[in-house]
Write a protein that binds this ligand. Structure first.
Ligand SMILES: Cc1cc2nc3c(=O)[nH]c(=O)nc-3n(C[C@H](O)[C@H](O)[C@H](O)COP(=O)(O)O)c2cc1C
Length: 177
């Protein structure tokens, strides 16, 4: 791998911010497929590959999905919602797997110029009903996707990250932190 592409990956990881304001423009299928494919390649515990995505562009379905989260009133706006669902029998690490898929998806989207935001599913039965997800498969997370609006309102809970010194302790847990 060249140094340039390594730096690009680091930059994409470091400066991705969660964004809730989008242009109405659709996402070209070629771009969307590349992003979904990056999510697909995430690893999983014991390589069980228990995560699937439901990709939603239909407005009525987005409206129905709003009721699946307690902080999801805005999710009828983004042009695409990718709903991650996981086999409920996949074991205790299944939400770690979901997180890896969602992060791959969002970083790949960011690298392609797309904005995104994770949205918690507090009421999985609502998402299951809206999407036809069967028993035994757990709706786990919604990721909104779209081209970023020109002016983006910062989230009221957005803020600087904890500093590196306070974040990564060396050798043992640092009690002073
Ligand atoms: C596990 C998880 C659940 C989240 N759930 C929601 C949500 O339900 N609704 C929402 O608008 N944002 C949600 N977010 C986005 C967070 O608010 C966001 O990651 C945080 O404010 C940092 O934003 P920033 O990267 O723009 O600084 C969630 C993020 C994570 C990681």
């Amino acid at each position: 791998m060249s140094h340039t592409s390594a730096m690009d990956a680091l930059q994409a990881l470091r400066n991705k911010r969660d964004t809730r304001n989008y242009l109405p423009d659709p996402i070209d299928d070629a771009v969307l497929s590349r992003v979904l494919d990056a999510a697909r390649m995430a690893g999983s515990a014991k390589n069980k590959q228990p995560v699937r995505l439901v990709v939603v562009t239909d407005h009525d379905t987005k409206v129905a999905l709003k009721a699946s989260g307690d902080f999801a009133s805005w999710i009828d706006q983004p042009p695409v919602l990718a709903v991650a669902a996981v086999n409920a029998d996949a074991g205790p690490r299944r939400l770690f797997d979901v997180g890896r898929h969602c992060q791959n998806l969002m970083v790949a989207a960011h690298a392609a110029g797309l904005a995104s935001c994770p949205v918690t599913i507090h009421h999985p039965e609502v998402a299951a009903q809206a999407l036809g997800i069967p028993d035994g498969v757990e709706p786990a997370m919604i990721i909104s996707l779209g081209w970023p609006a020109e002016t983006n309102q910062p989230s009221p809970i957005s803020g600087p990250r904890v500093g590196l010194e306070d974040y990564a302790f060396r050798e043992v847990w640092d009690q002073d932190q």
